[in-house]
Design a protein. Structure first.
Lengths: 372, 340
């Protein structure tokens, strides 16, 4: 107080500069005192929680990292070398988890297709991509290029789809389903609101039928029933059957999400477009659809993430997706019993891909936010 | 990205419409250039990929044997991985030529599903595994237990029969795979795990403390596992059946993958000479196979005993004894009809 008193004369009233807050009431120490140690009870709870966290983190880190074994030839070796996780099974089998049983000499092809995917996606996802206009043509051609690279033909060795597996299979099914279901879903949503009776009825019954049937049922139809409808001696590739089923299933859900967006647009928007003399397609393309899609982004991404994770259901019809590969790896007597490591690894893969998708959707929402 | 669907359609035309005339399975297989064999998605000892991605196992080796008989090359073979629910439709809809997926031979599968079992290559039976600490020593004391059971299998039906016969109740915990069963069993979500005894042995061997778990003495079912083909193509069924018989007979006659080539030059035993193509085997031409078909099977894959030892026997992680799967002369059930 004496110090403040001596200085008081140097400033005009109200001009005294702000003094720092009292010691221990700001910064990390202040925050801790206010939030963690404000009363004896809170202090006790804080200490208890700290001990629990410490125990939890050290035991998890111990299992994951410190006591984990990375180099070993079998589960028995692992158990001898350390008490933690046996990541050796992932290390040795990483190629199977990634490519399934795709021949080793040809693995550069799916890798190249994967890298090119980003080049194709960039102009679609980010509007600041250089040469965006030209790149979009590449994006249109990309599915053909990727199909050719992965399957082969025209100079490349043909790799049978039965050897596809692992993360590669998940990406093929997931990305195809996502990319194809959006346009089909939008068309279905528009068709559902059509004034033409026949179009409306077709779209409504398709959407309602697909939404009323579980995906696994459709997959069983794809894997077991479709072959009975084909002429004898015809074999229709299982992976393609699955791709078609996954795509139409996701389309029905996208259609409903987009319909929600279309219905949220005020009546006045349609009337204004009519008053300007816009045709139906012009109204849709320039006025209603862009707004509807913007509103629907969270719902669309939600559907995509659900679809992406649903791809694991193909394990039930015998396709070797990461879970299927995990099952096969665990059937090898050398690694039998390491299911925790295997399934955690697969779970991490799914978490990171889905997390990336949801972050992108947040970015897109912020960028398209026009504030009304 | 939008055009993915178009590319799929394009690719469909190019890569999937494999139309083949269905003259006979053998002709189809020859024309295709490889055998399409339906196998498990992963079962210890019977079908599993090794570290290099090559599938190995008891069921896999039978597929290799048929490929060797047809092409003289055991590697002309591709696998379709099938679950318990998709295996029979895959065979009936001609997706595969042959199903070698630890499948139990039953009346209804043979007759009602119109499939032909070509023999038994493993005599199994359903057993129960239970933690030692529960103190149960007989399956008849399992009243009220919760039981992990794979859906879509004969074990499910056997279990319900066994409990009904003995007037007991149980709580089923349905699971899909062996690995899932193991996890559920270890987490004590079920008291008991039941499956074929070979599967129990594999599961128990892979536990961290196998000694803490017991396999109960009761074997409650007969599970003759064998390969199968479609009804209606007897020539193909004969090829599959006599390939299996050749492997069993070769063990009985002492022909192994190592000495087969030497024995093929001629021995004192006329049956060996007929089997290995040195002397005429009446009717072989009708089977549509070359004279050295059995020699190829045995020299490239091995006789039954060799295949058993390599995949299931005491030296493997499964550590199964021959038991019922020994030759009839050694007290087992393996009995190949004569090659005459």
């Amino acid at each position: 107080m004496t110090e403040a008193g001596t200085n008081s004369g140097a400033y005009a009233p109200g001009q005294h500069p702000d003094l720092p807050p009292p010691k221990g009431s700001a910064g990390a120490a202040g925050w801790m005192r206010g939030n963690l140690f404000s009363s004896p009870f809170n202090t006790a709870v804080t200490i208890l929680a700290a001990i629990l966290l410490y125990e939890l983190i050290t035991s998890i880190a111990g299992w994951f990292v410190l006591d984990a074994v990375i180099d070993a030839g079998s589960k028995a070796d692992c158990r001898q070398a350390g008490s933690g996780a046996c990541w050796a099974v992932i290390k040795i089998r990483i190629n199977q988890f990634t490519f399934g049983f795709y021949p080793a000499d040809e693995r550069w092809r799916p890798i190249l297709a994967f890298v090119l995917m980003f080049a194709a996606l960039a102009p679609l996802l980010f509007d600041k991509t250089p040469f965006r206009r030209q790149m979009i043509w590449f994006a249109v051609a990309y599915p053909f290029i990727a199909g050719w690279l992965i399957y082969g033909g025209f100079g490349l060795v043909i790799v049978d789809t039965q050897s596809y597996g692992g993360f590669m299979l998940t990406l093929i099914i997931g990305i195809t389903g996502i990319a194809a279901s959006l346009p089909i879903g939008i068309l279905l949503a528009l068709g559902r609101q059509s004034r033409l009776f026949s179009i409306r009825i077709i779209c409504v019954s398709l959407i309602e039928f697909l939404r009323g049937v579980p995906l696994i049922t459709l997959l069983f139809v794809a894997s077991t029933m479709l072959n009975y409808f084909m002429p004898p001696g015809t074999s229709f590739n299982l992976l393609v059957r699955v791709l078609i089923m996954v795509t139409i299933f996701a389309s029905a859900y996208i259609a409903e999400v987009v319909r929600g967006g279309l219905q949220a647009i005020p009546r006045g928007q349609y009337e204004a477009a009519d008053a300007m003399g816009f045709t139906y397609w012009k109204t849709t393309r320039l006025i209603t659809l862009p707004q509807a899609l913007k509103i629907s982004i969270p719902g669309i991404v939600n559907t995509f993430i659900a679809l992406y994770k649903d791809t694991t259901l193909v394990v039930i019809i015998g396709l070797l997706d990461p879970l299927g590969i995990g099952r096969a790896v665990l059937a090898d007597a050398k690694w039998n019993g390491l299911s925790t490591e295997t399934y955690l690894f697969v779970a991490l893969f799914f978490f990171f891909s889905c997390f990336a998708m949801s972050r992108y959707s947040l970015y897109l929402e912020k960028r398209l936010h026009t504030g009304h | 990205m939008k055009a993915t669907i178009l590319s799929i359609l394009g690719a469909v035309v190019a890569m999937t419409m494999a139309v083949s005339a269905s003259a006979g399975t053998l002709d189809d297989v020859r024309k295709r250039g490889h055998l399409q064999c339906g196998v498990n998605t992963g079962l210890p000892g019977f079908a599993a990929p090794d570290d290099k991605g090559v599938w190995r196992g008891f069921d896999i080796d039978y597929c290799r044997a048929v490929a060797a008989a047809v092409f003289g090359d055991a590697s002309k073979l591709k696998f379709t991985h099938l679950t318990g629910k998709t295996r029979f439709t895959a065979l009936r809809s001609r997706e595969i030529d042959l199903l070698s997926r630890n499948t139990t031979w039953t009346f209804s599968r043979d007759v009602d599903l119109q499939l032909t079992f070509v023999g038994v290559n493993y005599y199994d039976g359903q057993g129960f595994m239970i933690p030692k600490k529960l103190g149960v020593n007989s399956a008849k004391k399992l009243d009220g237990a919760s039981i992990c059971i794979q859906t879509g299998t004969t074990t499910e039906l056997n279990l319900s029969d066994f409990f009904r016969t003995n007037g007991m109740k149980y709580q089923p915990v349905p699971i899909e795979t062996n690995a899932e069963a193991r996890t559920n069993y270890l987490a004590e979500r079920c008291d008991v795990y039941t499956t074929d005894a070979s599967g129990l042995a594999a599961t128990r061997a892979a536990l961290d403390k196998p000694g803490d778990h017991v396999v109960l003495p009761e074997i409650v079912s007969k599970e003759p596992l064998g390969p199968l083909v479609r009804h209606g193509d007897d020539q193909w069924a004969d090829i599959a059946r006599w390939t299996l018989n050749a492997m069993v007979a070769a063990e009985e006659m002492g022909i192994t993958s190592k000495n087969a080539k030497a024995m093929a030059k001629g021995t004192k035993n006329p049956e060996i000479n007929r089997l290995l193509g040195k002397e005429k085997l009446q009717g072989r031409e009708a089977l549509g196979l070359s004279a050295d078909w059995a020699l190829n099977v045995i020299s490239q894959v091995g006789n039954y005993g060799e295949v058993f030892e390599a995949n299931l026997g005491p030296k493997t992680a499964l550590g199964l004894q021959r038991g019922n799967n020994a030759q009839w002369k050694n007290g087992g059930l393996l009995y190949a009809p004569p090659f005459r």
